[in-house]
Each structure stands twice: as C-alpha cells, then as structure tokens.
Design a protein around this ligand. Structure first.
Ligand SMILES: *Cc1c(COP(=O)(O)O)cnc(C)c1O
Length: 403
C-alpha cells in the first residue's frame, strides 16, 4: 500500500507572506504599537482587511482565539461566578476561556448532526439564568443560525461565536461570525489561516471594540488600531479596562495578510476532499455522517463520522487499526486527553452529567484532519483505509448488541 499523506500538514505560508515577514524582521518593528510616527503597520492593515472580509465594523487582532473568546466574555459582562452557556461539543480552549473570565460553564446538549440542541439551550438558559452563550461552530458544523439568533433575542442572551473552524462558512448566505455580538477566529496552524498562533475578534459594537482594544493592551496608542472606535467611546473606557497583554505581534499579521485572499481557493480545496471521502464513507456499512442542511455553506478542513453501533473498546480498537493503516484518527470518546481535549469530563469546572446525550454521541465520534492539496487518489486511499479498519475490527462489536 502506498504511503498515505500527512493529515496534520498545516496550510502553506505563501511566498508573499515570507517576504513581508522578512522585511518586518529587517526593520525590527515587531511590536504592533510604535510610540512615534506609526500608522499601526501590518496589524492595523490586517484588522481593516479582516473587518472588510467579515462585513463588520471592528476587528481587533490578538494573540489567540482563546484570548479573543476571553475578551468577548469580559465585554459581554461576564464576571466571577456568572453562568455561561456553551455547546458541549467543542475544544478545551472554550471552557478554558469561560474559566479564565471567572465564569461557570453550563453545558448544552448537541444533536447527532453535531450542532447545539436548541430545545436544551432554551431550557438551560431558563434554569441557569445565564445571559451569555458561547457557541462553538465546532469542526465547522453550523446550527440553524437564524433560529438560534431568534432564540437568543427572545431569551435576552448575548451570543459569542467561536469561529475557530468556520472562517469561510456561512448560513443562508450570511457568514459565521456575523450573527453574534462578537465573532472570534483562530490563526493557529491547524485552522484556516496559519500564523502559528493568533486570533481576531470582530464586532459591530463600539463598547465591545473599545474594551477589547484596551484589555488586549494598547498603551494608549489605540488610535493605531485598524478599526478604532470613536474617541469619546475610547475615553469612556480608557481607565476602566486592565491591560492583559494579549496583542497580536506584527509578525503574525504579516504572515496572515497574504493568506486572506487565498481563503476561497482553500475552502474549495478542503470541501472537495471532504466531500469525496464523505461520499465513500456514507456508502459503506458501519459509518454514520452528520446531515448537512442546504442553508449551510461549510468550509470543512476536517471530517467527522461515527460508528454508532460500537462500545468504547470497539472504538479504541478501530482508532488503533486506522492509525496502523496510516490514517491518524482522533476519537472523541477517549477517556484520557491526547493532543486535544473535547471530552466534557476532562474540562475543569464543567459537569459532564449535564449532557449525557453529547457524551454518548462523542463516545462513537471520530475525526480526521484534511490537509490542503489532497489528490483524488489520496482521498480514496484515506477512505479505503478507514473502511478497511472498520471491517477488520467489526467482529469484536457491538458487545452490547450480541444478545
Ligand atoms: C483551536 C480552537 C480554539 C482556540 O484557538 P487558539 O487560537 O488555539 O486559542 C477555540 N475553539 C475551537 C473549536 C478550536 O478548535
């Protein structure tokens, strides 16, 4: 069997980005703020470009998506002990941001299509009294965002969108990250723009933008931001927001800027690979894939599937076998965290007992990353290896069904 491609390969850094970064290093001006004679440089340019791309008034560049989520919670008014709703299918940095802000995570169920359960959301909003929802578009799966936005309006909930996996995705023609008070994006290497580390927060709200700029740490040089709020709003918040030093470095912005125009081509590439492998798995026995509604335009840089008939031992056996055949499968039901943490039982401060259905769904859920540039034959080889792993480990399962 031919060697399968490295599924963990991050998106390339284009030559223009390397040239921009090199010029920046030669200038030594790597800090985003300059005391004299600066227009804000590459970070301000990135903020302007990103705000335009998202169609929002403000973009604030920070050092990670986790920082953006934390700052969004601060600006939404979350203080020590406040409950914050979140869908239970996500990654550790999301409950981590709630913990960082002093909040208390209230976990919300998901459906078999891996999106938030709106009925459970409404019920938990009422019982917990939470006024904020941090919604993770985990692995790029979008819920009915029109229905969700309406529910949030009805219940008086401020929506924060975690768009770490949904840059380039939209619901009914409207981009993910434009439905909430804030949208938070990641430029970490395994996301859709690769700068190693980095994040951007977008909003239309003057006060949210002002607080975010000040908390990220602007040394009173906030006029150099790419999308600065009006002077009077900055003045109002200027002495009320501590400096947490969460700025994006100019180097990260230099790497990001030339990648933004590449997004449509990247999304087409990812979706072609995703759809080809997904079609093969859908046709094979033993696999269940989430239904993707017509209103959802996804940007799928990874692929999720379940082996719904299996128990934990059989899932572990499948994942081992797939890796042996060259496909690095992540299994969300694994009891010990491993390179990622998406199991609610592993998050400090969260109570997995709040979401039995999400835990059961994740117990049979797997995931593979999709690098850019996969050829059709490579997609087919990946699908074949997964199907072979499923077939080879089928005998042992499902124990509970062997009545
Ligand atoms: C990666 C990720 C984050 C955090 O992004 P960082 O930039 O690494 O802080 C948040 N949410 C989800 C769903 C992620 O996958």
């Amino acid at each position: 069997m031919s060697r399968l491609p490295d599924l963990g390969r991050p998106p390339d850094i284009p030559p223009e980005a390397i040239a921009l970064a090199t010029a920046l290093m030669e200038s030594a001006r790597l800090h985003r703020y300059a005391e004299a004679g600066s227009d804000g440089g590459t970070v301000a340019t990135l903020e302007r470009e990103f705000a335009r791309l998202m169609g929002r008034r403000y973009a604030v560049a920070v050092n990670s998506c986790g920082s953006a989520l934390f700052l969004a919670l601060r600006a939404a008014g979350v203080r020590h002990g406040d409950p914050v709703l979140m869908n239970a299918f996500t990654l550790g940095p999301v409950p981590g941001a709630i913990d960082h802000a002093g909040g208390r995570a209230v976990l919300v169920e998901i459906t078999e299509d891996l999106v938030i359960d709106l009925d459970d959301l409404r019920a938990k909003a009422r019982t917990s009294g939470a006024r904020v929802l941090m919604l993770s578009h985990m692995r790029g799966h979008l819920c009915d965002l029109d229905a969700l936005a309406e529910l949030c309006r009805d219940e008086g909930i401020t929506l924060i969108e975690d768009c770490a996996h949904s840059l380039g995705a939209s619901w009914a023609g409207r981009q993910a990250g434009t439905f909430g008070q804030t949208g938070c994006f990641s430029f970490q290497s395994s996301k859709h723009v690769n700068t190693g580390e980095g994040g951007v927060l977008v909003t239309d709200d003057d006060a949210v933008a002002a607080q975010t700029i000040l908390h990220a740490g602007s040394y009173q040089l906030h006029a150099q931001n790419g999308t600065p709020p009006p002077h009077d709003v900055m003045a109002e918040w200027s002495t009320r927001c501590g400096n947490y030093s969460l700025r994006m470095s100019a180097l990260a912005a230099a790497l990001a800027l030339p990648q933004l125009p590449l997004l449509p081509a990247r999304v087409a590439d990812w979706n072609a690979s995703h759809d080809r492998i997904a079609a093969r798995l859908r046709a094979a026995p033993g696999f269940a894939l989430p239904h993707r509604p017509q209103a959802e335009a996804y940007a799928q840089s990874s692929l999720q599937f379940r082996l719904p008939d299996r128990d934990a031992d059989a899932m572990a056996h499948f994942a081992d076998q797939a890796r042996r055949l060259g496909v690095w499968v992540k299994w969300f039901g694994k009891a010990t965290p491993e390179g990622y943490s998406s199991n609610p039982a592993q998050w400090p401060g969260a109570d997995a007992a709040e979401v039995p259905r999400a835990c059961a769904i994740q117990m049979t859920l797997c995931d593979i990353r999709l690098p850019l540039g996969l050829r059709a034959a490579e997609c087919d080889a990946i699908a074949d290896a997964l199907i072979e792993a499923e077939t080879a480990t089928r005998g042992q399962t499902p124990r509970h069904a062997q009545a």
